[in-house]
Ligand binder design. Sequence first.
Ligand code: HEC
Length: 104
Amino acid sequence: MRHLSFFLAFLLLPAVASAMVDGAAVYAATCSACHGQGIAGAPKFSDAAAWKPRIAQGMETLVKHAQEGFQGKSGFMPAKGGNASLSNAEVAAAVKYMTEAAEK
Ligand code: HEC
């Protein structure tokens, strides 16, 4: 019985991992290029003052702007950070990761 559950865990692990979306990894690979240092008018990562008025717009608006692109007062946010291969869920996870870091 012990062997069987070991075997099952091996079978299930990759399936679980691919279903999970890692906002931190998406951020690091795509979004940090601009948001890491606040390049081109992008609100800087974990800068609470820069993110506060944006967070106040509501999560729905932020996610929409990140997925579809957004021309704001300080610069241009390209759709999906310019990485069209990202899914909407990956972009949403990255937005969640970034806003949580700014609220700490
Ligand atoms: C090429 C640079 C660049 C990249 C890459 C980039 N952003 Fe942005 N982003 C910007 C700029 C510039 C703004 C500010 C636009 C403004 O308010 O004028 C912005 C704003 C935002 C906002 C705030 C939108 C709002 O309504 O205030 C969110 C959320 C966001 N980005 C998420 C992301 C996510 C998620 C990624 C990665 C998938 C990403 N960005 C990658 C440049 C970038």
